[in-house]
Design a protein around this ligand. Sequence first.
Ligand code: ASP
Length: 214
Amino acid sequence: VVCVENITNVAALAKVVMEETPHVMLAGKGAEELAYKNGFQAEQLLTDSSEAAYREWLKTSEYKPIINIENHDTIGMLCLDQHGDIAGACTTSGLSYKMKGRVGDSPIIGSGLFVDNEIGGAAATGMGEEIMKTVGSFLIVELMRQGKTPQEACEEAVQRIVTKNKNIENFQVAYIALNKKGETGSYCIHPGFAMMQYKDGTNSRITSAATLDS
Ligand code: ASP
């Protein structure tokens, strides 16, 4: 789903589109109508603190759609269940103070998330435009299909972006991946990205290696 307002659990709404309609993507008001028909409640998502931050931003209104270490919020999840089936979800509010109508990578199939139950899954966070231009999550799954480990595939997908950009100091991209064997990988441009892994009853926080690790 894209450009949905007033609904917190948009990943659950995307699941409704997948399971209850013959389509793979719904946008804006149509997606919201589907939500209400399926029992979702309209919610006020603007908090006092984000309204105050927005009013502060309005004073200069500098349009700077840059993703760095502090200002992004995508959550990507990949799961392998006891039957060996893989599932994935991701959710985001995207860039702060973006143009109305701007769509990021998260809802774009193959960019912010891709799962092929024969191979594995991948999810992204960071500068959506760069992730979309390289269809990053699809790329990672295809690299795993060709025999790369999740770690190698994440590194190659980040490298694809790094070689195409002279300004990688200015933005972050990070990927996570999981294959059918339950192997995981993650990689990012700027140090600071970590993923949580739950395996065999244990939670672990894995700090991702980065292109700009010194
Ligand atoms: N990937 C998101 C976007 O570009 C930003 C984020 O990571 O939160 O919209």
